[in-house]
Write a protein that binds this ligand. Sequence first.
Ligand code: XMP
Length: 519
Amino acid sequence: MQFQKEKKKILIIDFGSQVTKLIARRIRDLGVYSEVITPIEIKSIKNFDLIKGIVLSGGPSSVTSRGFQSVPKNIFLKKIPILGICYGLQLISKLNGGKIKSSKKRREFGRASIFKKKNSLLTKNFFKSKMSVWMSHEDAVVKLPQNFSAIAYTKDSKLTIIENKKQKIYGVQFHPEVTHTDNGKQIFKNFLFSICKIKKNWSVVSQKKRLIKEIKNRVKKDRVICALSGGVDSSAVALLINKAIKKNLICIMVDTGLMRKNEFKYTYKAFKEKYKLNVKLINASKIFLKKLKNISDPEKKRKIIGNLFIKIFENEAKKYRNVKFLAQGTLYPDIIESKSSTGSKTSKIKSHHNVGGLPKKMNFKLIEPLKEFFKDEVRILGKSLGLSNDICNRHPFPGPGLAIRIIGNINKEKIRILQEADQIYVKELNKNKLYDKIWQAYAALLPFKTVGVMGDSRTYEYTCLIRAVTSEDGMTADYFNFPKEFLDKISNKIVNNVKGINRVVYDISSKPPSTIELE
Ligand code: XMP
């Protein structure tokens, strides 16, 4: 499915790589509209007039296997520039008479030094004296396809960049879309502006008017209900719909008692008074605490919270009449991930509970105005709707809240301890101008007590874990490298000010192999 049929665009065909959505982001960051579709969807496109370039993504399959995923061969005859990345390069080679071999000898994973062989439009200003690119492949092109030439090579693969200059078909074995590739953005810049010759045509803010009009036309005089969490996604959805239909939007905030300290009080007030939303706050903290009593299994916690949230929301929704629509903060990555190119489902690591993820059986039609956007784009949109920097730049916060940051059993006292520690941590991050450098930071409470000494007395209290990661989309993450002075300060402040904690540890694991949250 294409969202904007009337817009010039770059189409990305997704062969199932984990990082396909980064290709779309890189292109949009350069101001050009791009959409991701599956190899099956391209078969049904009749009119290619507005498609100014095609990118074939990477993917887990092999063109050497029978029934490999492919594209109709006639896309090479449409005079549309094509860029193949990893599997995309191998597919271009296979369909144009090249030879691909699967071999342990030729596989490359991680960084590889790249060397220039020949000038190309694709690599103008790309090469520097010493540079590396990110590789992740086992198959390699061993014989060039007809009418192609080699542009660059690495120690293990002779055909790292190839081109058919006349037909404007290009292939790179590495991943220019990941930040580990030096200067990868230049490859996209050259492809878009020198090869596809597409002009900048995309800014999120310019979409605002269209979205508001679309909501108005769709909802008409009916009512929309929206679960508001105070995060940037649901807040932007609420403001956008409010602009379109005003009082016919009903926002419901369910306070689970598992939010950060004072957060709900503050956001509720802001939504009501500053943003003039029609918002109702439901205090459900007692029932959440009751249902979570003595539950220590992370998956059980998640299920209890998810189900209870839905039940409370459903009860509230029933109190209003003429509600035909349910607003959700679904983002573009959710859409991309939900239509897997291979039909395979990646194994479930954690069952995510999104406050917006309400059940279909509620008999509402869905309104998902953010489904064309990435998170960063939603932040920009939010700002242009008047949402405060504080909400727009807020770190992601999981639906189950502090319940999955208090490891093991949950009780009121533990929630108090964690809220206080977390508040100190976040305050210090802001004070030291670190908050905006970090993708997500939080404090967690570990389920054991250890011995300490304060003054002349022995203490026996909980351990607080602090986590801070850099990431692009939460799929992978690196721990943040704090200066030692900051760690000293934070440890001191938490232990000295939070009754119940006598030890602070910093989590130095990346994702993978760890995850961002602990449960
Ligand atoms: P993990 O722990 O899977 O987290 O590495 C990746 C990102 O997802 C967030 N997260 C959630 N968000 N409901 C949400 O809305 C959830 O149940 C949930 N679990 C994890 C997490 O905070 C991180 O940003």
